[in-house]
Design a protein around this ligand. Sequence first.
Ligand SMILES: NC(=O)c1ccc[n+]([C@@H]2O[C@H](COP(=O)([O-])OP(=O)(O)OC[C@H]3O[C@@H](n4cnc5c(N)ncnc54)[C@H](OP(=O)(O)O)[C@@H]3O)[C@@H](O)[C@H]2O)c1
Length: 271
Amino acid sequence: MHSIVFIGGGNMASCIIGGMIDQGFDPLTLGVSVPSEQSKERLSKAYNIAVTSNNNDAIANADIVVLAVKPQIMRNVVLALAPALPKNAVIVSVAAGITVESLQSWLGSPRAIIRAMPNTPSLVRTGATGLFANDQASQLQKATVSSIFEAVGYCCWVESEALINAVIAVSGSGPAYFFQILDIMQSVGQELGLPEREARKLASQTALGAAQMAINSDQSPSELRDQVTSPGGTTERALNTFRNEGLESIFRQAMNSALARAEEMSKDFSA
Ligand SMILES: NC(=O)c1ccc[n+]([C@@H]2O[C@H](COP(=O)([O-])OP(=O)(O)OC[C@H]3O[C@@H](n4cnc5c(N)ncnc54)[C@H](OP(=O)(O)O)[C@@H]3O)[C@@H](O)[C@H]2O)c1
């Protein structure tokens, strides 16, 4: 009897399952369904949990069903498993662009549904996840789903489904923004004469340190920035360049573009 079952066992599901087991979830209560023999073997070896390739068998006794397949196949997967879904099970979808309304219509009857938007640092247990629940989801279901995503990092609830797209613009797509900045910092470091490895390490460690300070501190990022900016110093000169060249405007445009794409995807995949 498995109470939390993953449909799909790729990158995202694997890292969540790994995090849950590290955090003390009992592997006997977890299950996963994947079509390929290769993935079945990999998941069974790595986590010692029940693995099957039959989605409907997998969910027969589930309390929580986590949909972790690609958005493109979500409709067919949900239509096929709907008749086998236990009456009181909550559905958790991690797919971008699949709305509660679409899931509801494919499931065919009112259901507890939670949308989760994790990000790739979940792979190294430093993920950031936004969660939204419809009215059918109980407090107990929400608490259990929080504990699933807390196993791979930070998570928070948002009040409206539209805010899941804001989560995508901030943290879903966010890792790539920082990779882009790290790439630039590394390149400039190399141009200034640092060896590749050292330039990469100095830039990455600086990002980690700044993020850790922002997480641990009660002060806002702008206060932290001001504290490390001496009048007339090097940091001030660099920040003035960002300001004069419109960095904030570029970032605003980029994040609003991500938001617009998330909204388009919700339409593309709608029922
Ligand atoms: N990766 C991320 O950072 C990230 C972030 C946020 C949200 N997401 C969302 O997470 C979902 C999964 O992404 P991913 O990166 O984990 O993809 P992935 O690595 O390609 O994994 C997809 C999984 O789905 C399985 N699958 C395919 N057809 C299936 C079916 N009919 N029934 C059951 N399982 C089936 C695949 O099985 P095989 O292994 O046997 O091929 C594979 O295990 C997507 O909806 C994505 O939008 C991902």
